[in-house]
Design a protein around this ligand. Structure first.
Ligand code: RAM
Length: 547
C-alpha cells in the first residue's frame, strides 16, 4: 500500500511537472541492490583447440576467406614443434567461446635466456583475422576492440593467462621475439569459457522439424548463450554491455531456451537503478567496475522497449512484486514518449533529442517506426496496467493510441499504394510497414498487401540487421504470411548458417558481405544478441517452423 501511494505521488508529481530532485531517490539504492542480488553465477567449461587451420582466400566464402584444416600440424604436435621456427599458427577451438585463454612455453632445448614475445589474436570469423587492420581510420570504433594482444612471457614452462576476456573461435599465435638459442613449443593452450546460461538437455524440437531449422535453432541458442553473461550483453566481443533493445529480444529467446528470468530481473533493476534523476532511462549500461550508464544515449525507442520487456517479464514470471516495483519506471518512459506527440497525434522527433534507433541501414528514416512503437507501447502498458489492477494509471492511454493510429493512417500513409511513407522525403522502407503492422494499425489484409508490395519493390529500403529483420518476421506472422515468414527466416538466418556462422551476426545482408555499421566489417560483432530471435519464433510457432 505504502509503495502504491509513493508511486502515485511520483506520477502525479511528474504529470504536474513538479519533479523532485531525483524521482527515484527512495528506491535507487534498493533497486541496485536487487540487481546485485540477482547477478547470476557464471558456468565455466574448459576447451582446447580441435585443429590447426590455414587461411585460404576464396571468393565463394563469406567475406572472401575460409579456414581449412592444416594436414601437417595438430594442436598436440605444437607442444613438441619448435615455435621459434614455425613462427605462426592459427588454431580452431571448434565453437564460439567467451572467456579466458592461457598457454605455456614448453622448453625443448636450452634455457629461456630472454623474454618471449607473442602476438595473440582471437577472432570470430576468418576474414576478420585476415584483413589488414592498420592504419585504423579515425571514424571507426576503437581499434582496441580488435582482439590482438602482444604479450611478453618471462618464464618458461609456466601457464600464462591473458587478462582480457575475449570472445571468438580462432586463435592466431605469432612469434614477435625470443632468444635466438631457445627452442620451445606451445603447450597447454586452453580456453576457459564462461556464460550464465545453463546447458539445455533437450532441444525441444518436434521430430518433423526440418534440418535447416534445427541448425538455425542451435546457432541461435549458441548466440544467446554467449551473450548471457552477468547481464544480457549485446555482443561478447563488442560492445560487451547491456542495451535495452537487445535485452528485449534476448528475453524473448530466453523464454524458449535457458529460461533464466532472474537475469532479466537483474537487467530491469539495473536500468531502473541507474536512470536519470528525472526518471528517464539510459539506453545502455556498463557493469564493471561498478554499474554505470552511458549518459550520451538517450533513446525513447529503447526506453519503450524497456516497457515491453517488463510486460514480457510479467508474462513469464507473474512476479507481481517486481513488476509493480518497476511500474513507475515504465509509466515514466511512456509519459516521456508522449511529450513528443503533437495534439494531432503525430510523434514529432524535433521536440527532443532522442536517438530513435531501429536499424543500422544507412539513411533509414524512423518517423513511422517511432510513431508505431509508441502506439505499441501504449497498448502494452495498458494491458500490463489492467493485469496488475492499475487501470487508473493507464486509463488515458487507449484513446492516445487510437489517436496516434488514425493520425498515422491520415498523415503517413500513401493512399494509392497502401504503404506508410516516412519523413519529408516520403521514404518507403520495409521496416516502416513492419512496425505499423506490429502496432495493429493495418488489418490483416492491408498488412499482407503492404508487405508484399514493399518487399517486391526494388527501390524500397530493406532491413540491414537481424534486429530489424526480427520485426519483419513478426509482422509477416501477424499478417498471416506464415509461409513467407518461414521462407524468409530460412533464407536469412539459414544463409548465415550456410556461410559458416557459429553464432549470428550483428549486421547481415545476403547481398553485401562487408556491410558494417562502422565502415569496417572486422570490427562488427559476429555473435550478437539481437540476432538470436529465431529461437523465439521457432518455438513459439512450432506449427509454422517445425513441420
Ligand atoms: C550497437 C550495439 C547494440 C545496439 C546499439 C544501438 O552499437 O551493438 O547492439 O543496441 O548499437
Amino acid at each position: 500500500m505504502k509503495k502504491r501511494v509513493l508511486s502515485l505521488c511520483l506520477l502525479a508529481g511528474m504529470a504536474l511537472g513538479t519533479q523532485a530532485e531525483d524521482v527515484y531517490q527512495a528506491q535507487r539504492a534498493r533497486w541496485l541492490k536487487l540487481a546485485e542480488q540477482n547477478k547470476p553465477e557464471l558456468n565455466h567449461t574448459v576447451h582446447h583447440p580441435v585443429r590447426v587451420v590455414k587461411a585460404v582466400e576464396d571468393k565463394g566464402a563469406y567475406q572472401g576467406w575460409r579456414f581449412d584444416t592444416d594436414k601437417e600440424m595438430t594442436p598436440e604436435r605444437l607442444a613438441t614443434t619448435n615455435f621459434r621456427e614455425l613462427r605462426r599458427v592459427t588454431l580452431d577451438f571448434g565453437d564460439h567461446l567467451t572467456g579466458y585463454i592461457s598457454l605455456s612455453l614448453r622448453s625443448l632445448q636450452s634455457l629461456m635466456d630472454a623474454p618471449t614475445r607473442l602476438k595473440l589474436f582471437l577472432g570470430e570469423v576468418p576474414a576478420e583475422m585476415n584483413t589488414p587492420l592498420d592504419p585504423w581510420a579515425d571514424n571507426r570504433l576503437a581499434r582496441s576492440w580488435m582482439q590482438d594482444e602482444v604479450v611478453t612471457l618471462t618464464l618458461a614452462d609456466k601457464s600464462y593467462r591473458l587478462d582480457r576476456r575475449i570472445s571468438g573461435r580462432y586463435l592466431t599465435v605469432e612469434l614477435m621475439g625470443c632468444s635466438p638459442s631457445y627452442n620451445f613449443g606451445l603447450d597447454s593452450i586452453t580456453f576457459v569459457a564462461e556464460t550464465s546460461a545453463r546447458p539445455i538437455a533437450d532441444d525441444g524440437l518436434l521430430p518433423t522439424c526440418p534440418q535447416i531449422i534445427r541448425e538455425i535453432d542451435r546457432v541461435g541458442k549458441a548466440t544467446l548463450r554467449e551473450c548471457m553473461q552477468t547481464v544480457y550483453e549485446d555482443g561478447p566481443k563488442r560492445d560487451r554491455r547491456l542495451w535495452t533493445g537487445d535485452m528485449y529480444l534476448e528475453s524473448l529467446a530466453n523464454r524458449y531456451s535457458y529460461q533464466n528470468h532472474q537475469l532479466t530481473r537483474r537487467c530491469l533493476y539495473l536500468f531502473a537503478g541507474l536512470a536519470r534523476e528525472d526518471g528517464i532511462l539510459h539506453g545502455n549500461i556498463f557493469e564493471y567496475p561498478t554499474p554505470k550508464p552511458q549518459i550520451i544515449n538517450y533513446m525513447v525507442s529503447y526506453n519503450l522497449l524497456y516497457v515491453l520487456t517488463l510486460l514480457e517479464y510479467w508474462r513469464d514470471t507473474k512476479d507481481r512484486e517486481t513488476t509493480l516495483d518497476l511500474w513507475p519506471v515504465a509509466i515514466r518512459q511512456v509519459e516521456d514518449a508522449l511529450r513528443y506527440v503533437r495534439p494531432d497525434g503525430i510523434f514529432d522527433q524535433s521536440r527532443g533529442s532522442s536517438w530513435n534507433f531501429f536499424d543500422w541501414r544507412p539513411g533509414i528514416d524512423v518517423s513511422v517506426c517511432i510513431q508505431a512503437l509508441t502506439i505499441n507501447a501504449l497498448q502494452g502498458i495498458t494491458q500490463l496496467g489492467q493485469e496488475l489492477g492499475r487501470d487508473e494509471d493507464v486509463k488515458a492511454y487507449p484513446a492516445r493510441a487510437k489517436l496516434m493510429a488514425s493520425a498515422a493512417r491520415k498523415q503517413m500513409m500513401d493512399r494509392k499504394t497502401g504503404l506508410f511513407v516516412s519523413g519529408k522525403d516520403r521514404q518507403v522502407s520495409v521496416l516502416s510497414q513492419a512496425w505499423m503492422i506490429r502496432a495493429g494499425v493495418l488489418n490483416k489484409k492491408e498488412a499482407r498487401r503492404a508487405l508484399t508490395t514493399v518487399l517486391g519493390m526494388p527501390s524500397s529500403l530493406k532491413p540491414g540487421t537481424p534486429y530489424a529483420t526480427h520485426y519483419l518476421i513478426e509482422a509477416m506472422l501477424m499478417a498471416g504470411m506464415n509461409d513467407e515468414a518461414r521462407d524468409y527466416l530460412n533464407s536469412y538466418w539459414g544463409g548465415m548458417v550456410q556461410r559458416g556462422a557459429d553464432t549470428f551476426f550483428e549486421a547481415y545482408d545476403p547481398q553485401d558481405d562487408n556491410l558494417s555499421p562502422y565502415n569496417f566489417s572486422p570490427v562488427n560483432s559476429y555473435c550478437h544478441a539481437w540476432s538470436c530471435t529465431p529461437v523465439y519464433f521457432i518455438h513459439k510457432y512450432p506449427e509454422i517452423f517445425q513441420k
